[in-house]
Design a binder for this molecule. Sequence first.
Ligand code: MSP
Length: 512
Amino acid sequence: MSGAYFLTTAIDYVNSAPHLGHAYEKVLADFFARHQQSLGSDVLFLTGVDEHGQKVQQSAQKEGIEPQLFCDEMSARFQRLHESLGVKASHFVRTTDAHHKTIVREWLQRLHDKGEIFFQEYEGYYSIRQEQFVTEKDKVDGQWPEIFGEVIQTKEPNYYFRLEPYRQRLLKHLEENPEFVVPTFRRKELLGALTEPLADLCISRPKSRLSWGIPLPFNEDYVTYVWFDALVNYYSFASIKGTLYWPPDLQIIGKDILIPAHGVYWPIMLFALDQALPKHLLVHGFWTNSGAKISKSDAKSLVDPVPYVEKFGPDVLRYFVLREMVLGQDADFSDERFDTRYTGDLGKKLGNLVQRTLSMIGRYRDGKIPSYDGFHITPADTALRSDAVVEEYRRAVDEFAPHLALQAIWNLVARANEYVEETAPFKLAKDPTQAKRLDAVLGHLAETIRRLSVLIEAALPFTAKKIRAQLQLPLGPVKLEEALFGNSLHGHVIGKPEVLFPPFEEKPQAGT
Ligand code: MSP
């Protein structure tokens, strides 16, 4: 056991349906969670939904239903998506959960008791869409940027949390822990945002304006600002498995919520409450749709992951997003790219390798994996036996580069397909003097697809199991070390080959 590993994702707003960006982040986290499990870690993986705030209240009103009912329905939708994608969290977080509400109130009370929160009348600009006060400094070329929506002038007494006293400490933390924000260019952005004094954070909203929130423990006429409420979720459910897992090892978020929410508010909340900071904030980029920005307000831009999962199965979408996106950068989704990955990497490369290996063992050796001896091993076999792929895979995951981890695996797939061409088992089968050599070739191929089933476990868990089922091996859970070469399959009887990624007649048009 290599100890505990605690990872989280952002929790999604329930005011609109889940899209590809949400699906990506959860798959990414699930990939790291499964990887840690395969190393023997005791994993706590949290993901879920953010249910309070004005937008949710408005969406529920529009539908003419109670906000709680609206949240129940939308949360179930997100949860169904996770299930269909094989995203297996330890707990699905909901901020309307009674336990979470208690923790938020406890945190607020503690900050209030410590004098970190104060009450003040404030007059200024307020962005309705962002649910926050804004200042002249937020203007771009003298205009309010579009993300703020309608900006009104308002006067209102509220509760504030002082951030500035912690700015130097946060800067020091960033200096001493260069891996706190990954990738490096995002860390630099955060350092840039910390060069100026920090404004106090308004952490309350008067109930008269917004009722859908957690009441402040020290003034029930106010509810908690939705970001303060949401960030606390990481702590509220950190004890869900009985003991407290703290601090988080990995917190995965999108680039839009690093500054200020996770890069400024969150660490300062933790400082003020004497809690340790997460080890890494891993910041991913955004998906675009055929070049266009994916935006909730533009329905056409949204890529609904559900039809892709239904048509191709969860692993195809998982593979696509993990392979296509260089973690940290933006990436583009299109049916053509999806089709290329499906037909090429999955169908022609992995699927074909598994199918041809199993059918040859069926045809030439009655479904029994042959044993072979050292006399019939060639340099081509030795290359296939190399364990360097496991090291390369592991290093790429440690460096938060799933696309490179998958590339390392697919290099082995390519090597194995070349090996079939080079060794030509179909010819060996016709020559009785080559029977021992054929045993060695089939033995190595069987061993390779067994190893591949272990290596793809974190990214393509369903396919990994299908391959093991066809090999008639235990389905799992597997440990990554099982991906090392080993002659464990001699004499083992396999099952019937089954096509893993069948070709589609027409081009995939799942999204249209
Ligand atoms: N509720 C807040 C997060 C609170 S965390 C304490 C929120 N929700 S969100 O639904 O707007 O976004 C959830 C996650 O999805 C964020 O990490 C966000 O960056 C990510 N994405 C939203 N659109 C995206 C893309 N187009 N592409 C990739 N991820 C994107 O923010």
